[in-house]
Design a protein around this ligand. Structure first.
Ligand SMILES: Cc1cc2nc3c(=O)[nH]c(=O)nc-3n(C[C@H](O)[C@H](O)[C@H](O)COP(=O)(O)OP(=O)(O)OC[C@H]3O[C@@H](n4cnc5c(N)ncnc54)[C@H](O)[C@@H]3O)c2cc1C
Length: 250
């Protein structure tokens, strides 16, 4: 038995070329702090991950290895293009996060392997990134749906896009069909609508105590619409930007 939180090498955060390398035993709080330092727009998403005790004791590697389809770090890391370094006494191998899961709480880890590091590409010029968490309660609740869109434009066209989703399949997933609907296309309201339609068609979520399948499907497309509006500079389309003081002003 190995307690990864006692392995110093797995508790470090470093920069390696154009990637941020987060040890698997880094706490969720510290891992998100490192991500927020490079992408400040993630601050509100990070605050909605569980509560302080879980963020300060749970690890990023634990969240990933646990493999819950409604875990929050994986849709984000998939959208960021993260890879995992899996290690055993026989050596190391690197796998894209979206290829780590093979089924509900199943993954490609060999019996003698651990998740050792998470490697996250650093931001690129023109990147527009938003992470959305939909849950019944605003604070300290598990996601019903999580959607993270990372879109980079060249001029008016979509140069690259990665979309990670949670709560819509047996594992955290990459939305390849919605990405294909956008790749190389002009970034317009029509393109965003096509991506929303593709997202709704791509997954067959289940109904459970957190949300119905129909709600999850509807919300997926709505979040893509929200992403479009935010990319056009619209501010007040999420709870995070809504201030009570302003709401109280007659
Ligand atoms: C009140 C509460 C609220 C929560 N809210 C959220 C939330 O909002 N969003 C969310 O995503 N999650 C949430 N969670 C789940 C929580 O984040 C995860 O349980 C936590 O991230 C697991 O991390 P850990 O380090 O404690 O892993 P552990 O519980 O120690 O491990 C989980 C599993 O992964 C394995 N494992 C751990 N580390 C490694 C490794 N490096 N390599 C290989 N296998 C490994 C363990 O053997 C075990 O099977 C919540 C949990 C609680 C209790």
């Amino acid at each position: 038995m190995l307690d990864v939180t006692r392995v110093d090498e797995l508790r470090r955060i470093a920069h390696e070329g154009d990637r941020l390398v987060i040890g698997a035993a880094v706490t969720l709080h510290d891992a998100f702090a490192a991500l927020i330092a490079e992408r400040p727009q993630l601050a509100s998403f990070a605050q909605r991950f569980a509560g302080l005790p879980v963020r300060n004791s749970g690890t990023l590697g634990g969240n990933i290895a646990n493999g819950s389809p409604i875990g929050d770090s994986m849709p984000l890391l998939i959208a960021l293009g993260a890879t995992l370094v899996l290690a055993s006494v026989n050596g190391q191998r690197e796998v894209p996060l979206e290829q780590f899961y093979t089924g509900y709480r199943k993954n490609v880890l060999a019996p003698d392997e651990v998740v050792a590091f998470v490697k996250v590409p650093r931001p690129q010029a023109g990147e527009f990134l938003r992470a959305y968490k939909i849950s019944k309660r605003y604070d300290d609740d598990i996601s019903a749906v999580c959607l993270v869109v990372n879109l980079r434009r060249a001029g008016d066209s979509v140069a690259s896009v990665r979309i990670g989703a949670g709560g819509v399949a047996a594992t955290p997933v990459r939305a390849l069909q919605a990405e294909a609907a956008l790749q190389g296309q002009p970034w317009t309201a029509d393109a965003a609508q096509r991506a929303a339609d593709a997202l709704r068609a791509e997954f067959q979520p289940i109904s459970d105590m957190r949300a119905s399948a129909a709600y999850r499907t509807e919300v997926l497309g709505n979040l893509m619409q929200r992403f479009w509006l935010e990319s056009r500079g619209m501010q007040q389309v999420n709870l995070e930007s809504f201030r009570l003081a302003e709401a109280a002003t007659p």
